[in-house]
Design a protein around this ligand. Structure first.
Ligand code: ZN
Length: 498
């Protein structure tokens, strides 16, 4: 009975989804007219309520004010970002850096960018060192035999094929391990626990991430065989969180994996009972040597100053377990969707708006660095850059990484006009996002439309990062924000530098 009613529930859900989805497609076709008309036509659909009556704060003279209002109204009523993200996560799925799937994602991006009307669509290839996970199991052999869910961290070396069997040395936090004497862990598997705090801007990630990045090095210095950490995440589901780790050249490389939060808590409860706990850990990832990756670029070419670039983008690669919907299919959808909104509104920018789908972000921001290498000569013509790589929930504030009064004024104006859709001017500085960081450090001005990431680390780098987690209304607010921001910057005289 129970499973029967579940089936009914699931099929009702599915048909509701299909109806809503069909409705979205219809409203998108209509949304190529003016923003007001599009908002009215689709106002019968529940997910677009509010778009019709939204009064956008008056910040600019016309025609700019009207153009921005059109983009915001069309953005709120449209499903461009949502559909692009649906397409990427469904037709490509997981797309790890360097994999054949990431190569298919580049071809997908070329097709999608072309389809939405971007110009100069091209792939800029580069080479990375590939890595692939293998078997991964963790089993408590004593005192209470049971299996735990584990996943290898990106870049980890392997255990022997038959694994390590060893007693656990327990550290409640990374700081406890780092402060411990640099000896005494010979022949042991280190377990580093520690919880990550939830915060809208992900402020807990940096501190929590130390064990992921440096846990293997600190444990190896003390003689350990291997490391398991409590996943860097904020959920209580049995999905371990992967993510890139780092080795120090001076220290022996040892394997490191992450346990899901409940499995780590289980291990902790067993450990604090005081008996020796023996773990069998098998992880067999492989280095794959040089593999192809690449950035995909498309543009709306500027009509007056085509050499001046406003860059928006996200990253095309994802970790391997999920389909990379919130990290970072959403960022590709939001930024390409924003460009699509500008094209559909028939607007031609003065400066070039460039959309970049960066490759190989997850394994070390390699696409961001490759972009800088290739565009070194024209970085001074990159006027402003901004990435969407923090999920798909609503934008709540603007962060500035620009200099000079004229640039600050434009950023404040963007925040002011976006106050209509719930965005405020923030006080924290930004480098524009992970893939923008390398160009920001070479002087490219940056800004960020900061998404609410309170729940982002529930899904981040897990098998649970899938398309069903995306809220279409929040995506609509995001594409409205990015379209307005890119458009305003593209029409500005400011160089955002002085
Ligand atoms: Zn990301």
């Amino acid at each position: 009975m129970r499973s029967f009613s579940k089936t009914i529930f699931a099929s009702t859900l599915l048909s509701t989804f299909l109806l809503v989805f069909a409705g979205c497609k219809a409203s998108n076709t209509e949304s190529s007219g003016s923003g007001h008309a599009a908002a009215e036509q689709s106002s019968d659909a529940p997910h677009t309520s509010g778009a019709k009556t939204l009064a956008v704060t008056k910040v600019f003279e016309n025609p700019l004010q009207n153009q921005v209002e059109t983009l915001i109204h069309n953005g709120l009523a449209g499903r461009q970002a949502y559909e692009i993200t649906e397409s990427l996560t469904t037709e490509i799925g997981p797309r790890q850096a360097g994999s054949p799937a990431e190569a298919r994602a580049r071809d997908w991006a070329v097709d999608k960018f072309t389809e939405i009307g971007l110009e100069n669509v091209r792939i800029e290839p580069f080479t990375i060192e590939g890595w692939k996970r293998g078997i991964e199991t963790a089993t408590i052999l004593s005192p209470y035999p049971q299996s735990l869910l584990v996943t290898a961290l990106g870049g980890s070396v392997a255990t022997p094929d038959d694994g390590y069997v060893a007693p656990i040395a327990y550290f409640p936090s990374f700081e406890d391990l780092a402060a411990s004497p640099e000896t005494g862990l010979d022949g042991m598997i280190v377990f580093i626990s520690g919880r990550m705090e939830k915060a809208p801007d992900g402020a807990g990630y940096g501190p929590a991430n130390r064990k992921r990045r440096s846990g293997a090095t600190e444990a190896a210095k003390r003689g350990a065989l291997a490391v398991v950490i409590r996943s860097v995440g904020t959920d209580s589901h049995r999905f371990p969180h992967t993510g890139q780790m780092r080795y120090s050249e001076e220290v022996k490389k040892i394997p490191i994996g992450a346990l899901s939060a409940p499995d780590a808590d289980q291990l902790e409860r067993i450990l604090i009972r005081g008996q020796e706990v023996v773990l069998k850990l098998v992880m067999t990832p492989k280095d794959l040597g040089p593999l192809p990756s690449g950035n995909v670029i498309g543009e709306i070419v500027g009509s007056e100053r085509p050499d001046e670039i406003i860059l928006i983008g996200g990253h095309l690669d994802s970790w391997d377990a999920g389909t990379g919907a919130v990290d970072d299919g959403a960022g590709i959808g939001i930024t390409a969707g924003a460009a699509q909104l500008i094209i559909e509104a028939g607007l031609k920018p003065k400066r070039t708006i460039r959309v970049v789908a960066f490759g190989s972000e997850e394994n070390g921001l390699l696409g961001g660095y490759a972009y800088v290498d290739r565009h070194l000569e024209t970085l001074d013509k990159h006027m402003l850059a901004s990435e969407s790589d923090f999920g798909a929930e609503r934008i709540y504030e603007v962060r500035s990484g620009v200099k000079g009064a004229s640039g600050e004024k434009v950023i404040a104006d963007i925040a002011n006009v976006l106050s209509s859709i719930g965005v405020e001017m923030g006080t924290k500085a930004t480098n524009g996002g992970p893939d923008i960081g390398p160009m920001f450090s070479k002087g490219v001005p940056a800004m960020r439309l900061q998404q609410d990431g309170t729940d982002y680390f529930d899904l981040h780098h897990t098998a649970d990062d899938t398309f069903d987690k995306i809220n279409p209304d929040a995506m609509a607010q995001n594409q409205a924000g990015f379209a307005a921001m890119a458009w305003i910057a593209s029409q500005s005289e400011s160089n955002f530098r002085d």
